[in-house]
Design a protein around this ligand. Structure first.
Ligand SMILES: [Zn+2]
Ligand SMILES: [Zn+2]
Ligand SMILES: [Zn+2]
Length: 330
């Protein structure tokens, strides 16, 4: 018997269980995230049997122990995963982000089932897109939470912060506080509480990490306000109406402006740039309540840093920031 695609159904179910098994292996954070072969197989199946791919993804999500059953509708499953993200492991969120960006969202196939009902691909695309936005927001919350907890830990262990063997200190605390302030209606109280404890440190923060309040443009040295975690525009004074404004990238880890001349790290999956890495303890933490103090203390004796994208979990590549060198005014 043949399935929708002409591929025998027996083969499809074999492929499905193999791919689901492989995805499960990647739930283990010790296994380096190299998803390209699974994505290539799924992209090929998406061409010939899009409903097979959708069923497979829903079955995968249903296996996450979030009280989901695969007989729920796509909408219900995606909404439920979205609202359960704080309980999901970092690695599963990374897998989800890569699958959203590389498989589901590049373009969604419109399917016209034989029974004549119209399959609305645009609505589904929006659901997956919302899920990606929420899961990246969850990772931003974990990044900021990790950095805030690290600062608070170090503020009571100043010897650790000053030790030359400490190979990671939080960066971008000013930008992180600004991000929390902008998103205060959208984030949990826990992170607001951490932000206010950071503020209480006052000038003591300078002994832990740099805390410059003002950022300036690498092209014209005009000031650059914090408006978004991804991009920034300088307030160039070259023209009175501010029509010459330089567009600048922000580091995906620290949200600070990327320098315009140095080499940067680039993520092939989400196309973000970074100047800093997070310690490996960040990638193996389960949720934002993880004890960061323990992680920081072990950091001071072991170098565990790999250049991984905090949003996708894959290895970053070293690049010159050509996109910045063009310096087109916007
Ligand atoms: Zn500028
Ligand atoms: Zn990425
Ligand atoms: Zn390690």
């Amino acid at each position: 018997m043949n399935g929708l695609s002409g591929v025998p159904e027996r083969d499809l179910s074999c492929w499905k269980s193999n791919i689901l098994w492989s995805l499960k292996q990647y739930h283990n954070v010790e296994k380096p995230l190299v998803l390209w072969d699974i994505l290539a197989a799924l992209l090929a199946f998406k061409e010939i049997a899009p409903s097979f791919v959708e069923d497979l993804l829903l079955e995968w999500l249903s296996s996450w122990n979030l009280d989901l059953s695969s007989d729920m509708s796509t909408e219900k499953i995606l909404f439920h995963v979205q609202s359960s993200l704080p309980k999901v492991s970092m690695r599963q969120i990374h897998l989800l982000n890569m699958i959203c960006r590389r498989l589901v969202l590049p373009e969604m196939k419109t399917v016209a089932p034989k029974d004549g009902t119209i399959y609305c691909s645009e609505d589904k695309r929006n659901l997956w897109n919302d899920l990606l936005i929420q899961s990246e927001k969850e990772l931003r919350v974990r990044l900021v939470t990790f950095s805030f907890r690290a600062i608070l830990f170090l503020s009571s262990h100043l010897a650790v912060a000053a030790s030359s063997s400490t190979n990671w200190l939080p960066v971008g605390v000013t930008q992180m506080k600004q991000w929390v302030a902008i998103n205060r209606m959208l984030v949990e109280d826990q992170i607001l509480l951490l932000a206010s404890r950071i503020n209480e440190l006052g000038s003591r923060i300078k002994s832990i990490c740099e805390n410059e309040v003002e950022e300036s443009c690498g092209f014209c040295s005009a000031s650059v306000p914090f408006e978004s975690p991804e991009v920034a525009f300088c307030k160039s004074a070259m023209s009175a109406d501010h029509s010459v404004r330089h567009k600048l990238g922000r580091c995906a880890v620290s949200m600070k402006l990327c320098p315009v001349t140095n080499l940067l790290w680039f993520c092939m999956c989400c196309q973000r740039w970074t100047t800093k890495h997070m310690p490996s303890a960040f990638f193996s933490m389960y949720d934002s309540s993880t004890d960061v103090g323990y992680a920081i203390e072990s950091l001071s004796s072991f170098d565990c840093m790999k250049p991984l994208c905090p949003f996708c979990g894959i290895l970053l590549q070293r690049y010159a920031p050509n996109f910045l060198l063009s310096a087109n005014p916007v």
